[in-house]
Design a protein around this ligand. Structure first.
Ligand SMILES: [Fe+2]
Length: 253
């Protein structure tokens, strides 16, 4: 279905906006991870999301033990800076912040110390794992996250190399308690054909509850806004209830 649709895309009208208005995954806060390097870029990226119909964006800077030890303080300081600049510019978009937690030793340490973690909404916690290797004790870690009162969301499951070879693992990830969040650009082949096929599988099997732009820089914005890609997003996501955080919190997919 997906490939047939692509062949017919030239006859299809281009939607004005993205098929959802809350973005729950992005790296648009300035200077605190591998996303936006400065305030000017942050404002351009946020304006770009706004122009694609996004009314609320939740920035999710990386927290990775050996790379970006962001804290609620570093994140909220950057958030306030951006919120102030957007309001001065008259940009009518709601900006909030959480984080994207790498499941590593540092994360386990934070969990065990009962450090309050930054959530997208209620107890929804955005997590990621390394691209090339899966933590051996993932099931145990998910159980710990849940025992601490959080509901884990796994960012971009379609991008992890191991799962791209074992699609049945997407059912397993759901079974152990993850809510799955696919990256919008995976649907276009931006991250390669393996990620695209995996994303298609996840959607065909109704395993994803959330999508995200995972916006880091201008190239991502350009691809998200490209007419041919917006046709793809609309075709795949147009009739789905996606990015309803209350539904995700209640585990409705
Ligand atoms: Fe991300």
């Amino acid at each position: 279905m997906f490939n047939l649709f692509k062949k017919n895309k030239n006859d299809t009208p281009v939607p004005e906006h993205l098929p959802f208005n809350t973005d729950i995954h992005s790296h648009i806060l300035p200077g605190i991870d591998d996303g936006s390097p400065n305030l000017e870029t942050s404002l351009q990226l946020i304006e770009g999301l706004y122009n694609q119909g996004i009314k609320k964006t939740i920035a999710t800077p990386h927290i990775i033990g050996d790379l970006y030890r962001n804290t609620p303080q570093t994140i909220n300081t950057a958030l306030q800076q951006v919120q102030q600049a957007c309001s001065q510019k008259g940009l009518l978009i709601e900006i909030a912040a959480a984080a994207e937690y790498m499941i590593d030793d540092y994360f386990i340490e934070l969990l065990k110390k009962d450090e309050p973690l930054l959530t997208l909404h209620k107890n929804l916690l955005l997590t990621e794992i390394p691209f090339t290797s899966t933590p051996e004790n993932l099931e145990e870690i998910v159980a710990l996250i849940k025992a601490k009162g959080y509901k884990p969301i796994l960012a971009h499951p379609e991008r992890y190399h191991y799962f791209q070879q074992h699609f049945d693992k997407y059912f397993y990830l759901k079974d152990i308690g993850f809510t799955l969040q696919v990256n919008l650009l995976s649907l276009t082949g931006y991250y390669g054909s393996k990620a695209e096929k995996a994303a298609d599988f996840i959607f065909e099997n109704n395993l994803a509850s959330l999508v995200g732009t995972d916006l880091h820089h201008h190239k991502h914005l350009e691809k998200i806004s490209a007419p041919q890609n917006k046709i793809i997003f609309e075709a795949l996501l147009g009739n789905r209830l996606l990015n309803d955080l209350d539904a995700a919190a209640l585990d409705i997919s």
